[in-house]
Design a protein around this ligand. Structure first.
Ligand code: UT7
Length: 341
């Protein structure tokens, strides 16, 4: 008999260094006006050398654990969605497992670029739903700044670093993960990629790749076109799977890539401004971390108050896209710890 699942915690791990658009103006030909009007981004966080992917993931994990007030030792599975792990192996998830003290948790990484957190949630839900595991920690984390060409104004202005985490638990009552929906289209793989970081590098093992060859490359216009279609499609398909109408969704929590993409998708879905959760202005595009980070902040700021039907929707490299509709009922068990003035 399938077991229901619910989200009981959310957490964040963000680097301390803030890089504003004005900071970028100092070394590339751009302007705060251009970046803000084309993307909605005003600033982003950039990881220091010590702030590795695992370090940010651990911060987010601990924050989510504190939110839910669970014992780390009760966690059965850790899934880390990332495209920018510390190393090819061990997995970032194993490093989180050791650091938070979850000795009986299985741990693995999953890669679906910016959609990774949706894929990870869906996989986590399968383990809970089948009765295999009771408590699953799901983290989305990326440090794209290490793979950006800081002389390329088309890409370097867009990304920020960060980690966001969710805790999924078997539900006694109703199932609060109403539906998930996962898609991919590998024919668009070349539209957004970080080349020469794996075995496809032609001289692997003999000549180390040059830093210049390992920068993120993107066809911005094509990704934009893809995203404004993929987001409404995923939302509608997931709502249909959940047996609800799009109008029944209280909040849209989209991947934070670009305010214009988010607004265009929301318009197509007839959603009001107040229903859109976004912090792209403050954190930029944090890839696999952006959806939990957006929800985390909306909860802190009391924009999202339980109970609320939230549609989390992601898109990105692969190409990949997908969504999850969840009923958010969790409250921060630390009390008003997170209330912001
Ligand atoms: O997780 C998914 C990650 N990827 C994305 O989300 C990317 C989606 N795409 C986008 O967000 C947009 O396509 C961009 C923000 C990347 C670009 O916006 P756009 O409206 O599509 O601009 P464009 O690429 O058509 O560029 C317009 C002009 C160009 O100049 P010319 O050739 O018309 O003279 C660019 O060189 O703007 C120029 N430009 C800039 N100017 C100032 C490009 N980047 C910059 C910049 N500052 N940073």
């Amino acid at each position: 008999m399938p077991v229901g699942a619910k989200l009981i915690g959310v957490g964040a791990g963000i680097p301390s260094a803030v890089v504003t658009n004005a900071d970028l103006e100092k070394f590339i030909e751009t302007s705060d006006e251009w970046i803000a009007s084309r993307t909605g981004i005003r600033e982003r966080r950039i990881a220091s050398e010590e702030e590795t992917t695992s370090a940010l993931a651990i911060l987010a994990a601990k924050d989510a654990i504190a939110f839910a007030q669970i014992e780390p030792s009760t966690i059965d599975l850790i899934i880390v969605a990332t495209s920018t792990p510390d190393n090819l192996y061990p997995s970032t998830a194993c490093m989180v497992q050791a650091a938070i003290g979850a000795p009986r948790a299985a741990a693995f990484d999953l890669e679906a670029a910016c959609t990774g957190i949706i894929y990870a949630l869906a996989v986590g839900q399968q383990f809970v739903g089948s009765g295999t595991f009771k408590t699953v920690l799901v983290i989305g984390v990326d440090i794209h700044s290490r793979f950006l060409n800081w002389e390329d104004r088309n890409t370097c202005i867009l990304f920020g670093d960060g980690a966001g985490a969710f805790i999924l638990q078997a539900a006694d009552g109703e199932n609060e993960i109403l539906a998930t929906y996962l898609r991919a289209d590998g024919t668009g793989a070349h539209l957004l990629h970080i080349p020469n970081t794996g075995t496809a590098y032609p001289h692997a093992g003999t000549t180390p790749p040059k830093a210049m060859d390992r920068f993120l490359q993107m066809n911005g216009r094509a990704i934009y076109e893809f995203a404004v279609h993929a987001v409404p499609e995923a939302v509608r398909a997931t709502a249909a799977k959940a047996g609800i109408r799009v109008e029944d969704i209280d909040f849209l929590v989209p991947h934070q890539a670009n305010r214009r993409i988010i607004n265009a998708a929301a318009e197509r879905l007839n959603m009001r401004k107040e229903q859109i959760v976004s912090n792209v202005d403050e954190l930029g595009n944090t890839s696999a971390a952006s959806i939990p980070l957006a929800l985390w902040q909306a909860i802190r700021r009391k924009q999202v108050q339980p109970p609320a039907i939230c549609c989390l929707v992601g898109f990105g490299g692969g190409l990949t896209w997908g969504a999850a509709i969840v009923k958010w009922t969790a409250k921060d068990k630390r009390g008003d710890y997170n209330a912001e003035d």
